[in-house]
Ligand binder design. Structure first.
Ligand code: GUN
Length: 281
């Protein structure tokens, strides 16, 4: 039985943000980020404020455009096009979820791929899938930083990604594959999830189901990255992994909160600077 070492996402993110701030200070221009929020989804409010604060701390010019819940899709597309055309704006993020009357896919496909710091545009997804340079989604990019910080060997390792979303699971699998892991993607329709997970030397859980991954799904010595942030009825926050159980078997594990979450925001800042340098550098 092992007791896992904790991968401290707050510390890794602080280090990354400090390096980015140094990069920004050395630039002859100020990278600009615009976050667009439609309506009042309560969880989004916290995310958007945290993104804005972190961007300003890193020396970026950051502003949030708050639009009313009843904004039409056409009006939102017009805002996005205006930001596409604004030379002071390097990075555009439209916060999800959007109100139901707006098609998120249409909005995401309208963002200039060069300013798409979420990496959600099909052009950026395609670049990632084909090994070309592009903007990479922030959460999976943050996971790669955490694996590096934990000293986990990726090349040749058996990696299992639990979840197949466009935001995390699919780009995560592409990044691990590009780093020479042997990658399996498992999901709600997978037969015998537990035994698939038990084969993982690296397990990335991104399903959004509280503590679904049990301690005995974890191989001895595995590295476990928990992307889930689930709010319990009692107000507590838990990941997709039973942390106490998994810690008895894993070699290294991320906590929730304080694991992947802080990395997502740090990577958004990194993508903003990368987009600005690519456009203006
Ligand atoms: N909502 C929750 N996470 C994200 C994210 O990474 N990007 C955007 N645009 N919206 C989100």
């Amino acid at each position: 039985m092992t007791t896992a070492s904790i991968i401290d996402g707050k510390e890794v993110a602080a280090g990354l943000r400090a390096r980015i701030a140094e990069r920004v200070a050395a630039l002859p221009f100020t990278p600009g980020l615009r976050v667009v929020r439609v309506g009042e989804d309560p969880a989004s409010g916290v995310y958007v404020r945290n993104k804005d604060r972190a961007a300003k701390q890193a020396g970026l010019h950051s502003a949030t455009l708050q639009l009313p819940e009843d904004t039409t899709e056409a009006a939102l597309l017009a805002v996005v096009r205006q930001l596409n055309d604004d030379p002071a704006v390097d990075a555009i993020l439209v916060q999800l979820p959007l109100p139901r009357h707006i098609r998120a896919e249409t909005v995401l496909e309208t963002i200039d791929p060069a300013k798409d710091v979420d990496g959600f545009h099909a052009v950026n997804a395609g670049r990632l899938a084909t090994g070309q340079r592009g903007l990479v989604p922030c959460t999976p990019k943050g996971v790669m930083h955490l694996l590096a910080a934990a000293g986990t060997t990726i090349a040749g390792a058996r990696a299992v990604v639990l979840g197949r979303s466009n935001i995390v699971g699919k780009p995560m699998a592409a990044l691990l594959l590009a780093a020479d892991a042997t990658v399996t993607v498992v999901h709600s329709r997978t037969r015998d999830l537990a035994s698939e997970c038990r084969r993982a030397e690296i397990l990335v859980a991104a399903v959004g189901r509280p503590e679904m991954v049990k301690g005995d799904w974890i191989a001895e010595g595995a590295t476990v990255i928990d992307v889930g942030i689930n709010r319990l009825p009692n107000g507590g926050l838990v990941g997709d992994v039973d942390f106490a159980g998994a810690s008895q078997r894993a070699a290294a594990i991320t906590p929730v909160p304080g694991g992947v979450g802080p990395m997502t925001i740090a990577c958004l800042i990194e993508n903003t600077v990368d987009a600005a340098v690519a456009r203006r550098g």
